[in-house]
Write a protein of this length. Structure first.
Length: 235
């Protein structure tokens, strides 16, 4: 990472704008939810992060600020960093090679987090898009950690820190959303998109499976697809 300059800050803010508008176009920031960050430097840790409570469907000169390793503004500003900045800095501290952390609230990530919240993780397998997470082995199976949605952000950040697995670039917060990261903004975006596809697929598959079982019962036949016999948690 380069040393901090005004030019670098502007460049990183522009990168954040691009990611923000792409996610906003998908409706991934309902009700001002979500936050984004890109690392500017590792030593000292400096991170450009979204300001709290902003409408993320638009771009203004007051959307981002730079924070330090303590999640405090690095320069004088009237902007407040995202209320969840400590989760971002905790992830950067624990996985030093990453360069971007993105957080969105979507219906699929919320439902999956609730469905498997008691278990503390969701297992996904048999999906090509697991490769989108940078996991290329054949027949890969991944477990995405799920933590409780503590209102106390330092506690929530500690909980996220506790379950971090550098092999799986994301953590779900129950009935809240997902944090995903990557070595840069391009990779973090790819990871987040892959997670969201996998969650949407998983939920639709559960619905189709349910319909297949109902139809089979109505017609007193075995459901056609052998995958139907897997338990939901294994899908
Ligand atoms: C209105 S959503 C509740 C807060 C939240 O979960 C979130 O992601 C946005 O918080 P921020 O302070 O980053 O705007
Ligand atoms: Zn949030």
């Amino acid at each position: 990472m380069s040393a901090y300059t005004h030019e670098i800050r502007q460049q990183v803010f522009q990168q954040l704008d691009q990611v923000k508008l792409a996610f906003a176009a998908r409706g991934w920031f309902p009700g001002t939810s979500g936050n984004l960050s890109i690392k500017i430097s590792s030593a000292p840790l400096l991170v450009a992060v979204t300001a709290s409570g902003k409408d993320k469907t638009v771009c203004t000169p007051h959307d981002y600020l730079v924070v330090d390793e303590n999640s405090k503004p690095y320069e004088a500003t009237t902007l407040k960093p995202s209320a969840e900045t400590q989760i971002h800095t905790a992830i950067y501290r624990n996985i030093p090679e990453i360069g971007a952390v993105f957080h969105v609230h979507t219906v699929p990530n919320n439902i999956v987090s609730e469905l498997y919240g008691n278990q503390g993780y969701v297992t996904l397998r048999n999906q090509e898009l697991i490769k989108g997470l940078g996991i290329w082995e054949e027949g890969a199976e991944i477990q995405i950690p799920i933590v409780e949605n503590y209102a106390n952000i330092p506690r929530l950040a500690k909980e996220v820190e506790r379950v971090l697995n550098p092999q799986v670039p994301g953590v779900l917060i129950r009935n809240h959303g997902i944090y995903a990261w990557g070595k840069n903004d391009f990779e973090a975006k790819r990871h987040l998109e892959a997670f969201e596809f996998l969650f949407a697929y998983h939920l639709q598959w559960l619905q189709v499976q349910h319909i297949a079982v109902q139809l089979a019962e109505q017609h007193a036949i075995q459901p056609h697809n052998p995958l139907t016999y897997r338990t939901a948690g294994q899908l």
